[in-house]
Design a protein around this ligand. Structure first.
Ligand SMILES: *Cc1c(COP(=O)(O)O)cnc(C)c1O
Length: 400
């Protein structure tokens, strides 16, 4: 029995069966390279699902972890935390927001935003409003409230009853949004580029319409940048492409380059909704994580990774579109922003995905037909080129 087969059997016997896993286990990784148990080398275009944006085992991050682990790891939010303040300063300086709250994941950041929106309307505005409007194809997390916000039946199956107060409407249609708003609407929650939903960017017109409608109707405009944030789309934050100013932003994935951390950012006005005792988390923003996240931001800024993501992403999408032209009937569309790219195949992609994995390319297949690439922002152009060549070869074989 192969080692991988033994691991698979243990996985099935010891762990809750929550994941359909790839036939792969990593032994070690560096930058955009990853090695399995047999020493086979892979090019990682997934980066832990848009998490290790600086690449695996970035030496400066490893150093920051080690140094802080010897100094101070966790004291709780009952104490003032200077490391969290240093991080908040850095993070807020990338935005127009005035306040930060730190937590441990994307779902938790969205939970915080949902609670904030309800309490802002009910206690600051004295309105009996609680409903959050979200969009078809969105993904906001796996807690009960964020599954309700996500609104895709496959994620809700068997978990009834869903928490109340979520209304999912058509994506990209301002008229549908206006029609859905009532006296009980508290906020709109929008993913700037739908990730799990198949890499579907909002148009600037739609983002601007959502911002305008929220302002007119007194709703909070909240953006879920758990996946799009932190330079991935070519700016610090995806909303900054669209000339809009949301009231609340949530982020997580890349914030601590693989250690679990999330954040909610908001305006000083909406921050009035939270007072001591109304929201909390034991681990959120601890000293170790805060030092690591501040280091991540420092490196992103110093190495201009937002510009790198924009340039490489534009090049890669053109490269992939050219494959589509040389291989008619293979690629329906190439979508994305920066290094968040979806190659929408004209047929179910399982076979191509699997062949790519065998050739040494790790990526994700979402919505059945979309090859999702969310590589490290530090990835070499040559690695993307190697992937493009392998994909082209496979598609041509398939056509023949
Ligand atoms: C991954 C993701 C989440 C959930 O984050 P977790 O850390 O898994 O809880 C929420 N929203 C978006 C847009 C995501 O991509």
């Amino acid at each position: 029995m192969s080692t991988l087969e033994a691991i698979k059997q243990e996985d099935e016997s010891l762990l809750f069966r929550t994941y359909g896993r790839y036939p792969l286990t990593a032994d070690r990784a560096l930058g955009s390279r990853l090695w399995d148990l047999d020493g086979k080398e892979y090019i990682d275009l997934l980066a832990g699902i848009a998490v290790t944006s600086l690449g695996h085992c970035h030496p400066e991050i490893a150093e920051a972890v080690a140094a802080q682990a010897h100094k101070l790891v966790h004291t709780s939010n009952l104490l003032y935390q200077k490391e969290m303040l240093a991080l908040a300063k850095r993070l807020l300086a990338t935005t127009h927001f005035g306040k930060a709250f730190f937590c441990n994941s994307g779902a938790e950041a969205n939970e915080a935003a949902i609670k904030l929106a309800r309490r802002y309307q009910q206690r600051v505005k004295n309105k009996d409003a609680y409903e959050i409007i979200t969009f078809e194809g969105c993904f906001h997390g796996r807690t009960l409230a964020t599954v309700a916000a996500t609104g895709q039946p496959k994620f809700q199956d068997g978990f009834a009853p869903m928490p109340e107060g979520f209304n999912r409407i058509a994506y990209g249609d301002p008229a549908a949004l206006e029609a859905a708003i009532s006296g009980k609407t508290a906020a709109v929650l929008l993913e700037m580029v739908q990730g799990e939903g198949g890499i579907r960017p909002a148009t600037p017109e739609f983002a601007q319409a959502v911002a305008r409608i929220c302002k007119e109707k007194g709703l909070l405009f909240m953006v879920d940048e758990v996946q799009t944030g932190l330079c991935r789309t070519g700016k610090w934050w995806c909303f900054q492409h669209f000339g809009v100013q949301p009231d609340v932003l949530t982020t997580a994935k890349a914030l601590a380059n693989g250690l679990p951390m999330g954040a909610m950012l908001g305006s000083d006005e909406v921050a009035k909704a939270f007072v001591p005792g109304k929201h909390a988390t034991t681990f959120g923003g601890g000293a170790l994580l805060s030092v690591v996240a501040a280091k991540v931001l420092e490196i992103m800024e110093r190495d201009k990774l937002m510009e790198r993501a924009a340039q490489l992403g534009t090049w890669a999408m053109e490269r992939f579109r050219a494959i589509g032209e040389r291989c008619p009937g293979c690629i329906r569309e190439v979508r994305g922003m920066g290094l968040m790219i979806g190659i929408d195949l004209a047929f179910p992609g399982q076979e191509v995905w699997k062949a790519l994995l065998q050739k040494g390319f790790i990526l994700n297949l979402t919505q059945d037909t979309v090859l999702r690439l969310v590589p490290a922002l530090t990835i070499d152009k040559a690695d993307l080129e190697a992937f493009a060549a392998a994909l082209e070869e496979l598609l041509k074989q398939k056509q023949a």
